[in-house]
Design a binder for this molecule. Structure first.
Ligand code: NAD
Length: 284
C-alpha cells in the first residue's frame, strides 16, 4: 500500500520554518507584508482570501485585504495595484482569480510589480522560470516540488508525466520537474493514449479538474502520485483527479485530497512573500 504524503503536516513544518525566519526579520525591522485583492463575491474566492489572511496572521506577516465590489472597473483595480506596487509595507500582491467577466485578467497580472508577484503569474516571472533564473514561482507547482523533496523523492532521471497544461498548474509544474532533471511528458485533453502514457510515469501529476480520472491501471507500481485536483462531488465532499482508493494499493507514494497538495499552496504563497521581503531589503 502507498505511503501517504501528508501535505498538511509538511505544510505545518514549513510554516514553522517561515515563522522563525519572520522573527529574525522582525529583529532587523522588517515585517513581510501581503496584500490580497478580491473583486466580487465568489464564495470559493472568499474562503481562499480568508485563509490567506489567516495564514498571514498566524505567521506574523502584515496583511491587507482589499474587498472590492463586483462593479469595480478595470481602471479602479489597476489604480489599486499601482498604489500597492509603491507601498513599502507590502512585499507581495495577490489578486484573487477569477475576476468578474468585465475585467481582463492579463492587464491586471501584467500590472503587478515583478518583485511583488507572489503568485508567480507575471510574464517576466514565467519567463525566468522557463530559463531557470531565480524568480517567484507559482505556489501550487512549487508546493508539489517541495512535497517531493521533503519525502525524499528525487525527480532526477525519473520519468515525470503531468496531466494538464494550464498556465497556473500543469505548465509550471512541468518546467519545475524539468529543472529537477526529470524527463517530462505533458499530457492534456487531446492526448489520445493517456492511460498508457500515465502508466510509464515514475512521478505522475494530475492537474486536470476531472474527478477520479486516474485509475489503478494508469499507475505504474511504486509510482509517486501527486493529485492537484480539487473537485466538489454532488454530495459536497472534495475529491481529487485521482481515484485515491483505487490507486492506493498500486502507487508507492500518494497525496490525498484534501490534506495533500492543497495545504501547500498558501504555505508557498507565504514563502514567496517572505522571499520578496528579504530580497527588497537585501537580506541573505
Ligand atoms: P484548467 O481547467 O485550467 O486546466 C486543466 C487541464 O487539464 C487543461 O490543460 C486540459 O487540457 C486538461 N484536461 C482537461 N480534461 C482532460 C482530460 N479528460 N484528459 C486529459 N487532460 C484533460 O485547470 P487548472 O487550473 O490547471 O486546475 C486543475 C485542477 O487543479 C482543478 O481541479 C483545480 O481545482 C485544481 N487546483 C488545485 C490547486 C491547489 O491549491 N491544490 C490550485 C489550482 C488548481
Amino acid at each position: 500500500s502507498a505511503q501517504v504524503i501528508d501535505g498538511k503536516k509538511i505544510s505545518d513544518t514549513i510554516r514553522e520554518e517561515i515563522k522563525s525566519e519572520v522573527a529574525s526579520l522582525l529583529d532587523k525591522g522588517v515585517r513581510p507584508g501581503l496584500a490580497v485583492v478580491l473583486v466580487g463575491e465568489d464564495p470559493a474566492s472568499q474562503v481562499y482570501v480568508r485563509n490567506k489572511a489567516k495564514a498571514c496572521e498566524d505567521l506574523g506577516f502584515y496583511s491587507e485585504v482589499h474587498r472590492l465590489s463586483a462593479e469595480t472597473t478595470q481602471e479602479e483595480l489597476l489604480g489599486l495595484i499601482g498604489r500597492l506596487n509603491e507601498q513599502e509595507s507590502i512585499h507581495g500582491i495577490l489578486v484573487q482569480l477569477p475576476l468578474p467577466k468585465h475585467i481582463e485578467e492579463k492587464p491586471v497580472i501584467d500590472a503587478i510589480s515583478v518583485a511583488k508577484d507572489v503568485d508567480g503569474f507575471h510574464p517576466i516571472n514565467v519567463g525566468n522560470l522557463m530559463i531557470g533564473d531565480d524568480s517567484l514561482l507559482p505556489c501550487t507547482p512549487a508546493g508539489c516540488i517541495e512535497l517531493l523533496k521533503r519525502t525524499g523523492n528525487s525527480a532526477a532521471g525519473k520519468h515525470a508525466v503531468v496531466i494538464g497544461r494550464s498556465n497556473i498548474v500543469g505548465k509550471p509544474i512541468s518546467l519545475l520537474l524539468l529543472r529537477e532533471h526529470a524527463t517530462v511528458t505533458i499530457c492534456h485533453s487531446r492526448t489520445p493514449n493517456l492511460a498508457e502514457v500515465a502508466r510509464s510515469a515514475d512521478i505522475l501529476v494530475a492537474a486536470v479538474g476531472v474527478p477520479k480520472l486516474v485509475k489503478r491501471d494508469w499507475v505504474k507500481p511504486g509510482a509517486v502520485v501527486l493529485d492537484v485536483g480539487i473537485n466538489r462531488l454532488p454530495d459536497g465532499k472534495l475529491c481529487g483527479d485521482v481515484d485515491y482508493e483505487d490507486v492506493l494499493e498500486t502507487a508507492g507514494w500518494i497525496t490525498p485530497v484534501p490534506r495533500g497538495v492543497g495545504p501547500m499552496t498558501i504555505t508557498m504563497l507565504m514563502a514567496n512573500t517572505l522571499k520578496a521581503a528579504k530580497k527588497t531589503h537585501g537580506i541573505e
